[in-house]
Design a protein around this ligand. Structure first.
Ligand code: KIV
Ligand code: ZN
Length: 514
């Protein structure tokens, strides 16, 4: 790999999925992985294979399907994790095992209860085992941002000797400050005697809002891989955002003089796909992919941009995919056009029943909405194609909401094939609908978050609703889309209940200590 190339390692499907409520199904992960491949991400971290059978299957399906990106699985530095990762990656065109162990004094003492030499020993064993199973091994020093530099240099030298070819320094808790983090990376590269045999990588969390700044500072100091996520999704405050890293490197070519392989025109569609699948909306003022990122409100700015775009724009909206593929399909579009457009969006509905269900939803939507955009199609597929068993299904909803009257919802839901009915009142139509649903479901879950977003412009837009439910410490996000936001809300609530009922239990890589 040339020295002027930065490897983009996307961990949306692993660290991104560690955002509370962002869990994705196997089918959804595969769809995102295909979009990441189209974006030309170098490495896709597809998951943590040992976390659950579902995670294993997701990593395996992605490894089987993806040809143009390396597919990676996370593994703690223990035999069982490494073997499971290797098994999931067996058919990958290019696979990578990413193993890690904590190296900061606080993690070694309180979490691992190991002496530093024992940590080195365990890391070396794990890397050797991984190298016997897979030619491409990455090693991460968890909590690297708070680790002692001398210890980091010692363990990294041994890790490279044991066969790791990528060395990642994560700022796990988002504690680093750019100039100090750059100094750490520079020192490591200078002091580790065999540093020339590895690529140095960083993985920054955003607890202080510095993840992108820290990653770029590390790149200036010699890091040549950046771990990041679409929309900055990730544990707690998230990870460095892929779109911001990539566009900073591209726009400030004069400063960095480095390239990535990313096809930036696909950034926006990938961002929208991730947002629609996870139900995490993108804030309007988010750099690159927020609705306002290229909108000029003030008259002076508008005038300037019209006279000469570069007066107020440092990159073009088109270069990240704005204004592309706007109008997609209309009422008269047939099944073939529908399937072709989905394929162009990276959605391959091989199963005839899934295609039929999605096409029926498309026709319904086209009756209500004149113009169907790519975002509508993505939401529609998320809504009609799922590999989570649909224990509950909305069959009827009648909501009354009038000035001076208490809103009332009458609802019918099929539960395990049997139709059940309920009526409830509430402070608004959505509240009444959720109360009526709870009359039937009696889930005992707490509603933690309710959000509605317009998928496209105009009042005929579909509303995309996210409902976050919590029960006994488990958090689940349900999503629903419809041109009627009360129906979308009911669908989202039912989706969350179905996910809760499916009851997938998974290990957390950084909580389940070794
Ligand atoms: O934040 C972190 O330290 C991680 C590692 C597992 C790479 O996600
Ligand atoms: Zn992380």
């Amino acid at each position: 790999m040339s020295q002027d190339r930065v490897i983009i390692f996307d961990t949306t499907l692993r660290d991104g999925e560690q955002s509370p409520g962002a869990s994705m199904t196997r089918e959804e992960k595969l769809r995102i992985a295909k979009a990441l491949e189209k974006l030309r991400v170098d490495v896709i971290e597809a998951g943590f294979a040992i976390a659950s059978p579902g995670d294993f299957e997701a990593v395996k399906s992605i490894a089987d399907a993806i040809k143009d990106s390396t597919v990676c699985s996370l593994a703690r530095a223990v035999d069982a994790d490494i073997d499971r990762a290797a098994e999931a990656l067996a058919n990958a065109s290019s696979g990578r095992i990413h193993t890690f162990i904590a190296t900061s004094p606080i993690h070694m003492e309180y979490k691992l209860r190991l002496q530093p030499d024992q940590v080195i020993e365990q890391a070396v064993q794990a890397i050797k085992r991984a190298r016997n199973l897979c030619g491409d091994v990455e090693f991460s020093c968890e909590d690297g941002g708070r680790s002692n530099i001398d210890f980091l240099c010692r363990i990294i030298e041994k890790a490279i000797d044991a066969g790791a070819r990528t060395i990642n320094i994560p700022d796990t808790v988002g504690y680093a400050i750019p100039h100090q983090f750059a100094d750490t990376i520079r020192q490591i590269i200078e002091r580790v005697p065999n540093a020339d045999k590895a690529i140095f990588s960083v993985h920054c969390h955003n607890d202080l809002g510095l993840a992108v700044a820290n990653s770029l500072a590390a790149v200036s100091a010699g890091a040549r891989q950046v771990e990041c996520t679409i929309n900055g999704l990730g544990e707690r405050a998230g990870n460095a955002s892929l779109e911001e890293i990539v566009m900073a490197l591209k726009t400030r070519q004069d400063v960095f003089q480095l390239q990535t392989g990313i096809v930036t025109e696909h950034i926006l569609s990938t961002s929208r796909l991730v947002s629609s699948i996870t139900g995490f909306p993108v804030q309007p003022n988010k750099a690159i992919v927020g609705a306002n990122a290229f909108a000029h409100e003030s008259g002076i700015h508008q005038d300037g941009v019209l006279k000469h775009r570069e007066t107020y724009e440092i990159m073009s909206a088109e270069s990240v995919g704005w204004h592309a593929n706007k109008l997609s399909l209309g009422k008269l579009s047939g099944r073939n056009a529908f399937r072709t457009r989905l394929q162009e969006l990276g959605i391959d509905l091989a199963d005839q029943n899934e295609l039929n269900a999605a096409f029926a939803r498309f026709k319904e939507l086209a009756d209500k909405k004149q113009e169907i955009f790519d975002e509508d199609l993505q939401a529609l597929v998320s809504d009609s194609v799922t590999d989570v068993p649909e224990r509950m299904r909305l069959t009827f909803l009648d909501v009354t909401s009038r000035t001076g009257q208490i809103p009332e919802a009458k609802i019918s839901v099929e539960v395990d094939g049997i139709e059940q009915h309920a009526t409830a009142t509430g402070s608004g139509p959505v509240d009444a609908t959720f109360r009526a649903l709870e009359e039937i479901a009696r889930s005992g879950a707490n509603l933690q978050l309710y959000s509605v977003n317009a998928i496209t412009e105009g009042t005929d837009s579909q509303g995309e609703v996210t409902v976050r439910l919590e029960k006994a410490g488990r958090i689940l996000n349900g999503n629903g889309a419809d041109t009627d936001i009360v129906i979308a809300s009911a669908k989202a609530y039912i989706n969350a209940l179905n996910l809760m009922h499916a009851g997938v239990l998974r290990a957390h890589p950084q909580v389940e200590g070794i």
